[in-house]
Design a protein around this ligand. Structure first.
Ligand SMILES: *[C@@H]1O[C@H](CO)[C@@H](O)[C@H](O)[C@H]1NC(C)=O
Ligand SMILES: *[C@@H]1O[C@H](CO)[C@@H](O)[C@H](O)[C@H]1NC(C)=O
Ligand SMILES: *[C@@H]1O[C@H](CO)[C@@H](O)[C@H](O)[C@H]1NC(C)=O
Ligand SMILES: *[C@@H]1O[C@H](CO)[C@@H](O)[C@H](O)[C@H]1NC(C)=O
Ligand SMILES: *[C@@H]1O[C@H](CO)[C@@H](O)[C@H](O)[C@H]1NC(C)=O
Ligand SMILES: *[C@@H]1O[C@H](CO)[C@@H](O)[C@H](O)[C@H]1NC(C)=O
Length: 554
């Protein structure tokens, strides 16, 4: 690939690139984001391409690589990409949300520079602006283990990224108009696997091929807009090995529920009759089930895939049981040469409990989605920049929501920036309580979190007795079933401005997100970088003199 080079940066060249680290290899990408026309569901529609591709290119990186992506915005809208699950240590400057960065203006470019520090696993990137995610520009981001770190399974024959997601025939601009008009998005029109849905007429090209007898890794991520999806492969069992950055206990599954924004990596062995098989992704918890499929082919195999697709499980109790079966492999190595389970999260005292309740409400006759009675809106000046320039008080007020939701949380909301102030290094429990009839999925930026529990009903402190305090998977998303709660725990040890958002793009767009500001109390670059020189400026800081770097160089 011409757009990508691999080289070792020497310490000497550090002057120009502020956040790139000596000795660790750097991978470079030039990405051209533009509109195009494709017919993923049979009728032509506008999509968003990266270098002409839909979905966008895969980023194939290794732990501690520096990733440099020069994004040229050839859309007619301001645009940002976010790297979901990349922890951006000390570096919320590159997280790619409107609370941390000014969007890239149309016709301009911006170069993201970040390190995939101490991480392994399967992730995705996607647009965080407007409803661009409904047009495309999403893709896979994998972080391979370094050679010297043992991985708890044999190297697979190949490593495939499977992006599954529901899809609308309406363009992202039409969907946005609908939401701006105060109406929810209707049902999606289909399900795509890597941008396609096989016709089943015998002429479909395979999405993936396998050699008989060999074992392959599939990284399955839900890049969709509304639906949880059940993923399965005809006649083949899947061994779960990794989830959003953690090696898991290797259970085998016939099918997996993958909720919005989630990724799971499985091993599949080609040990069946050499022929074609369907891989299937179908919507869960919906009256009308939409199904997408693609061909998995045995090399040299003979015979088409059986048109009869394997059945999906029903109901959400099945899904909850499956969640309970996901366990962290405590003895597997992390990205560094220490066992994953050497950090005993279950023994740490909780210093704060944040209980977040989602709701769908009407504000001035229009649909809004809220958290604890606040429906977030992005100010023109990114929150992070406002803080850095010392003008936060002109842009937002922190802690307008309380740690406990108000009594009228299900019916009332106000529209304003939603920012929570969080002391550096505190160990915090976050409860997501869902009073609605639909499933929710949440994402936390800047951190991996322990997904310690999901249960039906309302949360009370006594429910802590149900938590998995031993081997819950450390990840960055969690789903919450209808009329249920979910609990996560994490140490806020990464100063910056971090987004907690609904992974349902329409909910995020209409306010169901908040930011956690974790101040760099020590004011040292040991904990957080100064703003990079390359940062785009907008809003009230655009013409302000740049403050002298406030954090002393560690
Ligand atoms: C980017 O894409 C646009 C639209 O397809 C095209 O006009 C332009 O030449 C491309 N730029 C580069 C640098 O490839
Ligand atoms: C991804 O990177 C790994 C490690 O450098 C390499 O072995 C593999 O061939 C790469 N795969 C692709 C598809 O580029
Ligand atoms: C825009 O792209 C040009 C050409 O690659 C590069 O020299 C420049 O640094 C980029 N600008 C930003 C702000 O990233
Ligand atoms: C966990 O990882 C260890 C160490 O790599 C491996 O030997 C073991 O098989 C894994 N355990 C399970 C249950 O997957
Ligand atoms: C946790 O809290 C308990 C009870 O308040 C206290 O006895 C214990 O020392 C605390 N542990 C730590 C590690 O702070
Ligand atoms: C957050 O709290 C810290 C410590 O109390 C304070 O210095 C800072 O101004 C607060 N930030 C905001 C945005 O209110």
């Amino acid at each position: 690939m011409s757009a990508m080079m691999l080289l070792l940066l020497l310490c000497l060249s550090l002057g120009t690139i502020s956040v790139v680290h000596c000795g660790d290899p750097t991978i470079f990408f030039d990405w051209n984001v533009s509109y195009g026309t494709l017919s993923p569901l049979g009728t032509p529609q506008q999509v968003i391409l990266i270098n002409g591709q839909f979905p966008g290119p895969n980023i194939n990186s290794t732990t501690n690589n520096n990733v440099v992506v020069n994004v040229f915005n050839n859309l007619d809208d301001p645009f940002l990409l976010t790297w979901s699950g990349i922890q951006q240590r000390k570096n919320s400057w590159q997280d790619g949300t409107l609370g941390t960065m000014c969007p890239i203006p149309p016709g301009k470019n911006f170069t993201y520079q970040f390190q995939v520090k101490d991480q392994i696993g399967s992730f995705i990137y996607y647009p965080s602006t407007a409803m661009h995610r409904a047009g495309g520009a999403f893709g896979g981001l994998r972080i391979n283990s370094r050679n010297l770190i043992p991985v708890p399974y044999d190297t697979p024959e190949d490593d495939y990224t499977v992006l599954i997601g529901d899809w609308y025939k309406k363009s992202h601009t039409d969907l946005k108009k609908q939401l701006d008009g105060g109406r929810s998005m209707a049902r999606p029109d289909g399900v795509l696997i890597n941008g396609k849905d096989a016709k089943g007429d015998g002429k479909d090209e395979p999405l993936f091929t396998m050699k008989a007898g060999k074992t392959y890794k599939f990284r399955i991520c839900n890049v969709g807009l509304k639906s949880s999806l059940n993923f399965r492969i005809q006649e083949h069992w899947m061994t779960l090995v990794e989830m959003e950055g953690s090696h898991t206990v290797q259970n085998t599954y016939q099918s997996l529920d993958v909720h919005l924004g989630q990724c799971m990596a499985v091993l599949v062995t080609a040990d069946k009759d050499p022929k074609d098989y369907y891989i299937v992704a179908s919507t869960r918890f919906t009256k009308t089930v939409l199904t997408g499929k693609g061909i998995l082919r045995y090399e040299g195999g003979k015979g088409p895939a059986d048109p009869e697709l394997p059945e999906a499980p029903e109901g959400w109790a099945w899904s909850l049981n499956q969640f309970r079966s996901f366990r962290w492999n405590l003895t597997a190595s992390a990205a560094r040469p220490n066992p994953q389970g050497s950090y005993h999260y279950g023994k740490i005292n909780i210093t704060r409990t944040l209980k977040l309740v989602n709701a769908a409400t009407q504000v001035d006759g229009k649909l809004r989605y809220s958290i604890n009675g606040v429906s977030h809106v992005d100010p023109e000046t990114p929150l992070k920049l406002a803080e850095y320039y010392g003008v936060a008080d002109k842009v937002f007020k922190a802690d307008t929501i309380k740690d406990d939701p108000p009594a009228d949380v299900d019916t009332k909301a106000i529209i304003q920036p939603n920012v929570v102030n969080q002391t550096h290094r505190d160990f915090v429990e976050i409860i997501f309580e869902n009073h609605e009839k639909s499933l929710q999925t949440w994402h936390v930026s800047g951190y991996a979190v322990f997904a310690v529990g999901i249960e039906p009903g309302l949360w009370t402190p006594e429910k802590r007795s149900t938590y998995n305090l031993l081997d819950a998977v450390s990840r960055h998303t969690i789903q919450v079933y209808p009329k249920s709660w979910a609990a996560i725990m994490t140490a806020f040890d990464n100063p910056g401005m971090w987004n907690i958002r609904s992974e349902h793009p329409e909910r995020r767009y209409l306010g169901q997100q908040l930011y956690v500001t974790v101040p760099n109390i020590a004011r040292s670059t040991r904990d957080e970088y100064n703003m990079p020189d390359s940062a785009l400026l907008c809003g009230i800081v655009k013409d302000m003199p740049k403050p002298p770097p406030p954090y002393s160089i560690a």
